[in-house]
Design a protein around this ligand. Structure first.
Ligand code: NAD
Length: 551
């Protein structure tokens, strides 16, 4: 597929310098002698022909030589802008080293400085001023076969808050992972930022800010832009999957509810996080040897991530035989006002089903002591909130306390891996949203798992794209969680790692994609004919960043 897509494009996009400046087709010094003669490149490149592997060695050395991660990010962005195959070869072959740079945590730092480090535009910006002509803007995108859009309005970028259009780094980074982790062709991916203003004072005052210098619009004007964008995207790119990304709580749930049965769309912060969280719990239970129905979950943070995991846990508990009410009783929420209890006034609708009878508790340690949860799941964006007292309380009531500090980026994690292991005397089963290095404690080495939805959305997206599914369902995320958990080996668990190694991400994504595609066919969500071997079909469609020959 990779070779064919490029061969087609060579015909369209021509030769010489133009070819060297086309990041999709450019191979730099790897153009062969025959290609140089045939494509008008002779003399435009130094004489020596390098292999892709040699080029990887060069860029890897350059990236490593950079003084900071943000510099590494910029080096990688520049590479992506001039030679996408080489960029993806590097990322795929060195995924553990590159993912923290192109994605969390470094992408967060990049977004916080976006206006100041901006070099070359990538993705599509659609602002309030474009109302009425969004389809025209989408038509300006140079590629016609777009299959995945990641769209944000920049209001809740990671745990960093409102970054306005400077949040564009997130759709770009996520789509890079769609390609690197699941082989969706780069030309089929479109990052979009909807500029509806920002309420971030420092951005409004910053002359280098890249978005509209105005406060966020709410209400009808906002909804109209979203609606126009979603409709236009379906028209301009039929069959496109639209991932809603980093919308603030007040819009995320209602947009998902409004569009999930009308369009091929999902919210990664709610559903993707739900799936990766559930997968981590399934793996953790293989370590404790306990059943899901014996667990009690306490969430710190009752937003998109916390509720997304809660909703999928309820589905999983019901799958184990509990009724819905009993399943919800296993999940407790603690938000910025304290424990979410039934007596509290005006509980917003997504939290309401989890508001159980209990006296109000405003201190998290007290909530842990009162409820004695088997697992605490941090999705609050509040660093340090799993302090020594919290972890010790968990370790007192559990032989193997489950502690997930999922907030991103690393600076927002509820606790570090080292803290979780040390304060629980090495008994915690820990996962975090951003990566932490292995931790040595006495004679033991613990390898913390990265509970990041990067394990889920690329595979789910690939399954939807390959099957041409018209909807994305909760069942797909539930199945993705089970498929991911099944990929964790005994050797992983022995080290405390509850997710498979990232080095296996393409294999894992292919399996998730096949399981998701299977659902599309079983549930009649696609008109595409079912292939005999779905996994083989999925694998055959994955983009491989190896260079194609053009002659
Ligand atoms: P959100 O804004 O929807 O929710 C945040 C929640 O935290 C709210 O319920 C809020 O009341 C609560 N909160 C804020 N301050 C608090 C405090 N002091 N004590 C207790 N609760 C407090 O945000 P979200 O989308 O749920 O994201 C939350 C965090 O989870 C972010 O840091 C985000 O990066 C992270 N996240 C991680 C992943 C992953 O894959 N690991 C996926 C999605 C989100």
């Amino acid at each position: 597929m990779a070779a064919k897509a490029r061969m087609d494009s060579v015909g369209e996009l021509g030769r010489g310098v133009k070819l060297l400046h086309d990041p999709v087709l450019n191979k730099g010094t790897a153009f062969s002698d025959e290609e140089r003669d045939a494509l008008g490149l002779r003399g435009l490149l130094p004489p020596r022909v390098h292999t892709q592997e040699e080029q990887v060695q060069r860029v890897l050395a350059n990236v490593r030589a950079m003084p900071t991660d943000l510099d590494r990010y910029l080096e990688l962005v520049a590479l992506q802008d001039r030679n996408e195959s080489l960029f993806y070869r590097l990322v795929v072959d060195h995924i553990e080293e590159m993912m923290p740079i192109i994605y969390t945590p470094t992408v967060g730092q990049a977004c916080q400085n976006y206006g100041h480090i901006f070099r070359r535009s990538r993705g599509l910006y659609i602002s309030l001023e474009d109302r009425g002509r969004v389809a025209e803007l989408l038509g300006n995108w140079p590629h016609r076969d777009v299959r995945v859009i990641v769209v944000t309005d920049g209001e809740r970028i990671l745990g960093l808050g409102d970054l306005g259009t400077d949040g564009m780094g997130i759709p770009i980074g996520k789509l890079a992972l769609y390609t690197a982790c699941a082989g969706i062709h780069p030309t089929q991916c479109l990052p979009v930022t909807l500029d509806v203003g920002t309420n971030n004072e420092s951005l409004l005052e910053d002359p280098l800010y890249l978005g509209l210098s105005r406060r966020r619009v709410r209400g009808e004007a906002y909804d109209e832009l979203i609606d126009e964008f979603l409709q236009a995207a379906q028209e301009v790119f039929p069959n496109v999957l639209i991932q809603l990304e980093d919308f603030a709580n007040l819009n995320a749930f209602r947009l998902l509810d409004k569009y999930r049965d009308r369009l091929c769309t999902f919210d990664d912060d709610i559903q993707g996080t739900g799936s990766v969280g559930l997968a981590g719990i399934y793996s953790a239970l293989r370590i404790t040897g306990r059943k899901l129905s014996e667990q009690r979950f306490l969430f710190l943070g009752a937003g998109e991530a916390g509720l997304g995991i809660g909703q999928l846990l309820v589905a999983a508990l019901m799958d184990e035989g509990l009724d819905e009410e009993a399943a919800r009783q296993r999940c407790w929420l603690f938000d910025s006002q304290g424990l979410v209890v039934s007596g509290r006034d005006a509980i917003p609708y997504p939290k309401r089903p989890y508001a159980h009878d209990h006296e109000p508790v405003t201190d998290f340690v007290a909530a842990v002591e009162a409820l004695r949860p088997t697992a605490i799941i941090g999705a609050s964006g509040q660093p340090g909130s799993f302090d020594e007292g919290v972890i010790e309380a968990m370790a007192r009531s559990n032989e193997r306390p489950i502690v997930f500090a999922l907030s991103n980026p690393t600076s927002k994690a509820e606790c570090t891996a080292e803290q979780a292991y040390r304060w629980s005397e090495g008994r915690a089963i820990f996962a975090s949203g951003s990566p932490f290095d292995p931790v040595e404690l006495g004679t033991q080495t613990f390898v913390p798992g990265q509970g990041n939805n990067a394990y889920i959305f690329p595979g789910v997206g690939l399954g939807v794209v390959v099957s041409e599914a018209t909807r994305v369902t909760d069942e797909m995320f539930f199945t993705a969680a089970k498929t991911l958990a099944a990929q964790v080996g005994e050797e992983d668990l022995a080290k405390g790692r509850i997710y498979p190694s990232l080095t296996r991400i393409r294999e894992v994504s292919a399996k998730i994609a096949a399981a998701v595609a299977e659902i599309a066919w079983t549930r009649g969500l696609t008109e595409r004919e079912r292939p005999g071997d779905i996994l083989a079909d999925v694998e055959s469609r994955m983009f491989d960043p190896a260079y194609a020959s053009y002659v």
